[in-house]
Design a protein around this ligand. Structure first.
Ligand code: SF4
Ligand code: SF4
Length: 364
């Protein structure tokens, strides 16, 4: 299997503010390029685009390619489950939306301490094991944004888990909150295949500031980020959420021409990391998990993205204008009531209300 997976969390949209307006024509073309170049792994989830990601996948892939020519990974939304019965209903709905009768890879989505009581009570691990026995799933796993200790505990107690999906990139590798390196080491200790998510940190490692970009000495930032991950052992696949044709071309080319990083190139990435970490940014990956949790519907990732762009790209004037335009029609961070409802939903453990204050201080 080629080591690039098409992440279906950031699909091209016809209208940026409408999650159901997936640009199917553009997506189909991207799928064709991906498949023609020998790539065939797709990663979706029940919650992506409110279910429209699964449907777009069906239209672009299932209805246009033979079942044996592609691999599909889907996820059980642990955080949304209400009962044992609900798991069955969701799973059946996923098969129907995707138009398949089995999943190649299926995982418990964002398994975490917060939901431990719930998934233990309704026995989600048994559920995926049973589905595997029935032939509805080929390989079972978990995606996890929690601590290495939590991950170790899961892998110790559930030897049936075959793979782990982790957030790994050269910035989070040594980050004290994300702890990519330690989570990676735990997965290796238990001999699990690793699927990598957020290799470009939600795009932050693509559009990096000029002063850091200069450090790359000929490598593109995406190449540096991908080669860092592919130089590690046990990596099964890297997921990339691609919504532009150029991205798919660049990413597939990097994978096809992969060479492990040299000592000097590791040094380059260390320098870039140090430089970027020095620029104070909010660690948001724009996953959108917090949006529905906000009691007054603040578009939290939108504001964090504006803040990070401002900090990283230093385009103070133009980004300030975007901010003002945006709050003229949407709820402003100044309306945050500090109820803290959102905090538990953030896989990056960001203190959202405190960081919204940073946004306000920056722009107002
Ligand atoms: S703390 Fe602020 S951002 Fe978070 S849920 Fe409450 S109002 Fe929304
Ligand atoms: S604040 Fe957290 S939950 Fe919200 S989009 Fe950013 S990373 Fe995701």
């Amino acid at each position: 299997m080629k080591k690039l997976g098409f992440g279906l969390m950031r699909l091209p949209l016809l209208d940026k503010n409408n999650k159901s307006s997936i640009n199917q024509e553009q997506f189909n073309k991207m799928v064709d390029y991906f498949m023609e170049n020998g790539f065939n792994y797709f990663d979706t989830a029940y919650t992506y685009f409110d279910g429209n990601s699964e449907i777009a996948f069906k239209k672009a892939v299932v209805e246009r390619y033979p079942r044996e020519s592609f691999l599909i990974a889907d996820k059980l939304p642990i955080f949304d489950l209400k009962s044992t019965q609900h798991m069955y209903e969701i799973f059946d709905k996923q098969l129907e939306r995707c138009g398949v009768d089995y999943f190649d890879y299926y995982m418990l989505h964002n398994i975490s301490t917060k939901h431990e009581e719930k998934y233990t009570k309704i026995d989600s691990f048994k559920f995926i094991k049973d589905k595997k026995k029935e032939g509805k799933i080929k390989h079972i796993g978990i995606s996890c944004h929690d601590s290495p200790e939590f991950l170790e505990n899961i892998l110790k107690n559930h030897p049936e888990i075959e793979f782990v999906q982790l957030q790994i990139n050269y910035i989070d590798w040594t980050n004290n909150t994300i702890q990519s390196m330690k989570c990676y080491e735990v997965a290796c200790k238990y001999k699990k295949s690793i699927i990598v998510m957020e290799p470009l940190k939600g795009g932050a490692l693509v559009d990096i500031p000029n002063k850091s970009r200069k450090l790359f000495q000929g490598m593109s930032p995406v190449e540096g980020a991908f080669r860092f991950i592919l130089s590690l052992d046990n990596i099964m696949i890297i997921l990339s959420g691609m919504n532009k044709f150029e991205q798919i071309k660049e990413n597939t080319k990097i994978i096809d021409n992969f060479k492990p990083l040299t000592k000097m190139e590791y040094e380059i990435l260390n320098n870039v990391r140090n430089r970027i970490v020095c620029d104070k940014t909010i660690d948001c990956t724009y996953c959108n998990y917090c949006i529905d949790a906000c009691s007054i519907n603040i578009n939290i990732p939108k504001f964090f993205e504006l803040y990070n762009t401002q900090k990283l790209l230093k385009q103070k004037h133009s980004i300030g204008m975007y901010y003002r335009n945006y709050i003229s029609k949407n709820i402003s961070p100044s309306e945050c009531v500090k109820c803290n409802n959102c905090i538990d939903y953030c896989p990056q453990h960001i203190n959202i209300p405190r960081n919204l204050e940073k946004v306000l201080n920056e722009f107002e």
